[in-house]
Design a binder for this molecule. Structure first.
Ligand SMILES: Cc1ncc(COP(=O)(O)O)c(C=O)c1O
Length: 392
C-alpha cells in the first residue's frame, strides 16, 4: 500500500481560533511557583474554599453503596430534574416543568446550548468583560462573538440601549451573566425587563448564565430573565451546584430550555457525555432538597470577605473599585503604565500574589485586575497587604 508523504494533519481551524484560558494560565503559574517553594497567595480561581456540606457527600456515598453506578437517560435523574424545576419556579419564577430540565456540568450546559443553537456566521452578543469561556464556545460553534461594552460607571451592567445598537439581522442570541464573573455585577430588574423586550422585538434567544444566582449581597434580589412574560419560549437558563454548594469537582449543573430547543440540546448531550455522573446526581438531589443553612452560611461569609477586601482595597491608593453586589470577585482599576497581564505577572513575581489580568475577560477589562476572594480572611488580609506594600 502506498501512503502520500506530507505534513501530518493537525488541529482544526475551529480550535485554532480559540485562545487559551487566561484564568487557567495564572492558576497554573501560581501552582508552579508554589511547587518551587514560593509562598504564593492565590486569588486566581473562582472556587469556593469550603467543603461540600456533609449531607450532600453522604447522599452520594449512599448512592454508590446502593449501586447507582449505571447509565441514566441523557437528561438526568428524574427526581433531580423535578427538584430543579421546582427550585427554578419557586426561587426565580421560571414557568418550567421537569421535562424542560437537563442535568449536565454547568460549563457543558453552555457549550451544548451554543452548539445546538448557533449557526456558522450567527452573531452572539456577549458582555465585555465577561467570563473567559463564552467567546471560545461561540467561536467553536462557528459563530461570531459581538462584545457589548459594559462600564464601571454603570456598575458593569449590560444596558439594554447599548445592546440595541449592536443588533443586526445576523444576531441570534444575547448571552447574560448576572451576578457576573469577573465584575460581581448584578443586573437590575429594569435592565432585565428592557433586555427581555429587545429579545422579543428582534426575535432573539437569550442564554442566561445564573451560576452565581445565590451569591448576592446586601439583601439584593436576583432576577431571572426566563421569568419575564413570554421569555420562557426563548430563554435557556443555566445554573449549577459548583458555586452555591461548594461542589466544583462534582461537575454538575443544569439548564432549563423550551421544548424544541431542549430536544436539540439533548441530542448534543446524548452524543457527547451521554449524561452527567449518576451517583453525583443523588448528592445534587440532597443539595436541592436538603437544608439550605450551609448556603446561607457560605453567602454570609462571602459578604464578610467582600467587605474586608473592599476595606483593604481603599488602603491601596492606585486601586479604584466600586463595591460589587454579587459573586466572589472584585475587579479594581489600577493606575500605571503596565498592561493588565504585565501587572498580574509583576504582582506574582514581586508580591507573590496570584490574580488575573482584566484583559483576559475582554478589551474593556484592560487596566483592571480580577481578584477572587473565594479564600479565607487570613489569605485576603495577607495578600492585600503584600499588594499594597509592593505598589507603595
Ligand atoms: C460565569 C461562570 N459560568 C459558568 C461557570 C462554570 O461552572 P462549573 O464549574 O459548574 O462548570 C463558571 C466557573 O467559573 C463561571 O464563572
Amino acid at each position: 500500500m502506498c501512503f502520500t508523504a506530507g505534513a501530518i494533519p493537525m488541529l482544526s481551524e475551529r480550535v485554532k481560533r480559540v485562545q487559551e484560558s487566561g484564568t487557567m494560565k495564572m492558576k497554573e503559574l501560581a501552582g508552579q511557583k508554589k511547587a518551587e517553594g514560593k509562598k504564593i497567595i492565590s486569588f486566581t480561581v473562582g472556587e469556593p474554599d469550603f467543603d461540600t456540606p456533609k449531607h450532600i457527600v453522604e447522599a452520594a456515598k449512599k448512592a454508590l453503596d446502593e449501586g447507582h453506578t449505571r447509565y441514566l437517560d441523557a437528561p438526568g435523574l428524574p427526581a433531580l430534574r423535578e427538584a430543579v424545576a421546582k427550585e427554578e419556579k419557586a426561587s426565580n419564577g421560571i414557568p418550567c416543568e421537569a421535562s424542560n430540565v437537563l442535568i449536565t456540568p454547568t460549563k457543558q450546559a453552555i457549550f451544548e446550548t451554543v452548539l445546538a443553537t448557533v449557526n456558522e456566521g450567527d452573531e452572539v452578543i456577549i458582555p465585555d468583560p465577561s467570563w473567559v469561556t463564552y467567546e471560545p464556545c461561540v467561536q467553536m460553534a462557528g459563530g461570531k462573538a459581538v462584545p457589548v461594552r459594559t462600564r464601571e460607571e454603570e456598575q458593569w451592567r449590560v444596558v439594554p440601549e447599548v445592546v440595541a445598537e449592536l443588533i443586526t439581522p445576523k444576531t441570534k442570541m444575547v448571552l447574560l451573566n448576572s451576578p457576573s464573573n469577573p465584575c460581581g455585577a448584578v443586573e437590575t430588574h429594569d435592565d432585565i425587563r428592557g433586555l427581555a423586550d429587545l429579545a422579543k422585538d428582534h426575535n432573539l434567544l437569550v442564554l442566561s448564565d445564573e451560576v452565581y444566582e445565590k451569591i448576592v449581597f446586601d439583601g439584593l434580589k436576583h432576577h431571572s430573565i426566563g421569568a419575564e412574560p413570554g421569555m420562557m419560549d426563548r430563554t435557556i437558563t443555566i445554573s449549577g451546584f459548583s458555586k452555591t454548594y461548594a461542589m466544583t469537582g462534582w461537575r454538575l449543573g443544569w439548564l432549563v430550555a423550551p421544548k424544541p430547543i431542549f430536544k436539540g440540546i439533548n441530542k448534543v448531550q446524548q452524543h457527547s457525555i451521554t449524561h452527567a455522573c449518576s451517583f453525583a446526581q443523588y448528592g445534587a438531589l440532597a443539595a436541592l432538597t436538603g437544608p439550605q443553612e450551609p448556603v446561607r452560611a457560605m453567602v454570609k461569609e462571602f459578604q464578610e470577605r467582600r467587605d474586608l477586601i473592599m476595606k483593604l482595597m481603599k488602603e491601596i491608593p492606585s486601586f479604584k473599585c466600586d463595591t460589587p453586589k454579587g459573586a466572589f470577585y472584585v475587579f479594581p482599576r489600577y493606575e500605571g503604565k503596565m498592561n493588565s497581564e504585565e501587572m498580574a505577572l509583576y504582582l506574582m513575581d514581586k508580591a507573590e500574589v496570584g490574580l488575573t489580568g482584566g484583559a483576559s475577560f475582554g478589551p474593556a477589562g484592560e487596566q483592571h485586575l480580577r481578584i477572587s476572594y473565594a479564600t479565607n480572611k487570613k489569605n485576603i488580609q495577607e495578600g492585600m497587604d503584600r499588594i499594597r506594600k509592593t505598589l507603595a
